[in-house]
Design a binder for this molecule. Sequence first.
Ligand SMILES: O=C(O)C1=C[C@@H](OP(=O)(O)O)[C@@H](O)[C@H](O)C1
Ligand SMILES: C=C(OP(=O)(O)O)C(=O)O
Length: 446
Amino acid sequence: MTHSATPATPLEARSSGPLTGKARVPGDKSISHRALILGALSVGETRISGLLEGEDVLNTAKSMRALGARVERIGEFAWSVHGVGVAGFAQPEVPLDFGNSGTGCRLVMGAVAGCPITAVFDGDASLRSRPMRRVLDPLELMGACVGSSGEGGRLPLTLNGARDPLPILYRTPVASAQIKSAVLLAGLAAPGVTTVIETEASRDHTELMLKHFGAQIVSTPEGGHGRKIALTGQPELHGAEVVVPADPSSAAFPLVAALIVEGSDVVLSDVMTNPLRTGLFTTLREMGASIEQSHVRGDAGEPMAQFRVRASRLRGVEVPPERAPSMIDEYLVLAVAAAFAEGTTIMRGLQELRVKESDRLEATAAMLRVNGVKVEISGNDMIVEGMGHVEGDGLVATHMDHRIAMSALVMGLASDKPVKVDDTAFIATSFPDFIPMMRSLGAEFS
Ligand SMILES: O=C(O)C1=C[C@@H](OP(=O)(O)O)[C@@H](O)[C@H](O)C1
Ligand SMILES: C=C(OP(=O)(O)O)C(=O)O
């Protein structure tokens, strides 16, 4: 779905009383995409509970239908997928529109690359501006071929899948679960072993879920922080049950809000605690945050826990670059926490933030500056001067980026004067109930 034709929906957040209560944020976006895609590549039925019904994931569901899978909503957040089997995708009759979603687009490119079909990939203005060469390069080595495309391999593009896909050994040039996953999904259709080596481990939901659906996949440590992942091609994947835990990247917003709004005490349930996603929680604890974890449990290899978060005095810290893959989507809201902390926070190695829904390095700095916070970008590092409070009174440009919108609204709940965002529409891509859920905890938006 694209928003370009719909009028912007601005919103203002203002200083709120203590946030209290219990909430469950929606299902994890990364796992939701993967459950639909692997369900579509399996034989038999996949039942998914807790699916994120956000626009990004709904676009992936639509693309799976266009590729021949039967995808049905059978209840609230409950979905059923009848798959077509590995390499079984049918030629889609319509372009596949991924809206705002890099994950949906890049993972489906991988899955299509292993099938002898041609598909057109498209998205909104934000997605059309994002680099696709990083995924197309390995997929071409595997035998796929790009027909037409925008400048530098950008969307809209036509991808011709490989008739006889080849297994490859591929070293990802940047820590990216989307690149890794695209190669592995194409590798499903190739004979022999497809291997991906990453020097910094990225989120491993694809590996865990492939195993859950019956693939033979082995992940071993590589160097100091990396992994080597070897997938045996042409498995028969069997439909499985997937329980989607709550998304830690979405939980980050009420969590930081509870830390910075005086007197708050909030409980967040079922938050996924896969260690490759928990860099924000580690960092906030180093800053002095009171975050208690309980009710630890796991499903299909993905652990989850309940978090109790209480308002805390935060102090500035230095966040090392090797932590970036485990919190890549959380730097925006961490920058908000850093602005309310006492002292300087230095976040290192943030180059990947430049190629997300917006240039998140620049957009985050602008969000803070317009609200009176001192912030500097030095190369790929962001340095925030925390003063213990934020002045506010700024209008934040969201640049079609859901996480800028939510971060700015969180900031406004504790700032001296209100904070306004120019458009909240893109919040629906990942956290459709963000505004009512935050209101139910006591957030004041108008
Ligand atoms: O694989 C995934 O589900 C994701 C990977 C990350 O992107 P990169 O692979 O570009 O780092 C992340 O930013 C995105 O929100 C979700
Ligand atoms: C980067 C993100 O998603 P995607 O790459 O799927 O658009 C995100 O949700 O912050």
